[in-house]
Design a protein around this ligand. Structure first.
Ligand code: GLN
Length: 493
């Protein structure tokens, strides 16, 4: 048993109780990273010396103050779309190569103030656009469960790092599924909070009306621990909400958790032809387990689900095309020479953005252009409202909605590389929560015939993360899927 086998909650208890030092834990983390990351490529930057120095400081505080900050001395990994002061931040793009942010994202800062140590920045699809981490300009990340498979994306680096037991927790961002889908592919618990629950200050903007900071952990209990620290109003993000977060007592017995009497809706629209049979079976079995724990299961309908994909792939690129206008070769990163400002911008953008980012900018600019705006962007906004209303109506009848996370388990690297549309189809079950702004939680419910994790997703009404976390925690008390670890040592790395 190494410190890295412990969950976040167990680790903080061991640190607070003096059974482990932060230096020991951080060392173990960096050693494991050095051993495994050449094969996984989960990290784009490792803050080795700085992390060890912070660990020494944490140990001093643990000794002297005899009182632990909630996360004092605990190492975490941060997706490279969240700024951490004085650590390079690329968003997986060559256009931000060499960018050193002079500030720290609020979500990260709050964890640091609680004592967490950022050990590095993790790989991501360029500007978080993708579902496999293959769109990173720095090369793909591999899935710790099978090195020829993707870890999902775009938060694939954080997911691989947590699944490989390099760190007990990682931060990600979820605009259309980028926390939940990699969680499912890597056998983790991934929380996308309600839109506005966690400040987006310092998160590199992709689709601003959809973007959320989320967590990748092994357990729902750990997700709750991080959310409680990160949540809340931030004057630096005007969309952050001032709503109280009341989490259930996760130490209580599973039977006293809020599942008893909870109504769980299962939407027909989320079980489409063509989905992997083992995924459907895994989700249905888990729903039955939730029923055994006291929940009432009933059918529910979200009739506009089929429009979520086209709506998202109009709105997200439209917002991205506006958000990415700032990368002009003048304000950030490297600048390619040209004889006029226009030429500098055109050359820098033309050569430094990857193909998927260019595709999104073109799609988005088209959807926003005069003559097409009404037909595409404005129309998509109207349909988005219908999708949100589907959820409002459903949550009048049920407390939670249970669904798959993705139509398949982790696919092989390269499987969707030549066909962007087939990659977009990976997101059909995760996009609706972002369009509606509701919270979603992915957690492991089994394995397929090839030994790859199967995940399921629960969604709740806005600001009801308590229900998601309580239900998933209860499930994790009676199952052990979340405790299984990939056999990386035997993989001879
Ligand atoms: N796969 C989706 C996309 O490419 C979602 C990405 C995300 O959530 N950041 O846009």
């Amino acid at each position: 048993m190494t410190p890295l086998d412990l969950t976040l909650s167990e680790l903080r208890a061991a640190l607070a109780g003096g059974e482990l030092s932060s230096r020991q834990v951080t060392r173990a983390c960096l050693d494991r990273l050095a051993r495994l990351d050449p094969a996984l490529h989960a990290f784009l930057y490792v803050a080795g010396e700085r992390a060890l120095a912070e660990a020494e400081q944490a140990d001093r505080r643990l000794r002297e103050e005899r009182r632990a900050g909630a996360l004092l001395g605990v190492p975490i990994a941060v997706k490279d779309v969240l700024a951490v002061e004085d650590m390079p931040c690329t968003a997986g793009s060559k256009i931000l190569e060499g960018f050193l942010p002079p500030f720290t994202a609020t979500a990260v800062r709050r964890l640091q103030e609680a004592g967490a140590i950022v050990i590095g920045k993790t790989n991501t699809d360029e500007f978080a656009m993708g579902s496999s981490t293959e769109n990173s300009a720095y090369g793909p990340t591999r899935n710790p469960w099978a090195l020829d498979r993707v870890p999902g994306g775009s938060s694939g680096g954080s997911a691989a790092a947590v699944a490989a037991r390099i760190v007990p927790a990682g931060l990600g961002s979820d605009t259309g599924g980028s926390v939940r889908q990699p969680a499912a592919f890597c056998g983790l618990t991934g929380l996308k909070p309600t839109y506005g629950r966690v400040s987006r200050y310092g998160l590199i903007a992709y689709g601003s009306s959809l973007d959320c900071v989320g967590t990748l952990t092994r357990t729902a209990e750990d997700a709750a621990l991080l959310l409680a620290i990160m949540a809340g109003r931030d004057p630096l993000d005007s969309t952050s909400a001032d709503r109280p977060l009341t989490l259930p007592d996760l130490k209580a017995a599973p039977t006293s958790l809020p599942l008893r009497g909870l109504r769980i809706g299962v939407p027909d629209e989320y079980f489409v032809a063509g989905m992997q049979a083992e995924v459907e079976a895994g989700v249905r079995t888990a729903v039955a387990a939730l029923a055994d724990l006291g929940a009432e299961v009933l059918p529910v309908s979200l009739p506009h689900t089929e429009y979520a994909l086209p709506v998202y792939y109009l709105l997200a690129p439209a917002e991205a095309s506006a958000n990415l206008a700032r990368y002009d070769g003048i304000r950030y990163g490297p600048r390619l020479a040209g004889s006029s400002p226009q030429e500098v911008m055109a050359r820098t953008r033309g050569q430094r953005f990857g193909a998927e980012v260019e595709r999104r900018i073109m799609l988005g600019t088209y959807a926003l252009s005069r003559g097409y705006y009404e037909a595409y962007y404005a129309q998509a906004q109207k349909v988005r409202t219908l999708i949100r209303r589907d959820f409002e109506a459903a949550f009048e009848r049920v407390d939670l909605i249970a669904a798959p996370v993705a139509p398949s388990t982790a696919f092989p690297l390269g499987a969707h590389s030549d066909d962007p549309l087939s990659m977009y189809l990976e997101d059909i079950y995760t996009l609706p929560a972002n369009l509606a702004g509701v919270p979603g939680l992915a957690f492991p419910v089994g394995f397929d015939g090839q030994g790859l994790p199967v995940g399921m997703q629960l969604m709740a009404a806005p600001f009801r993360e308590d229900l998601l976390l309580g239900a998933a925690h209860a499930y994790q008390q009676v199952t052990d899927w979340h405790l299984r670890a990939p056999a990386l040592e035997e993989a001879n790395l």
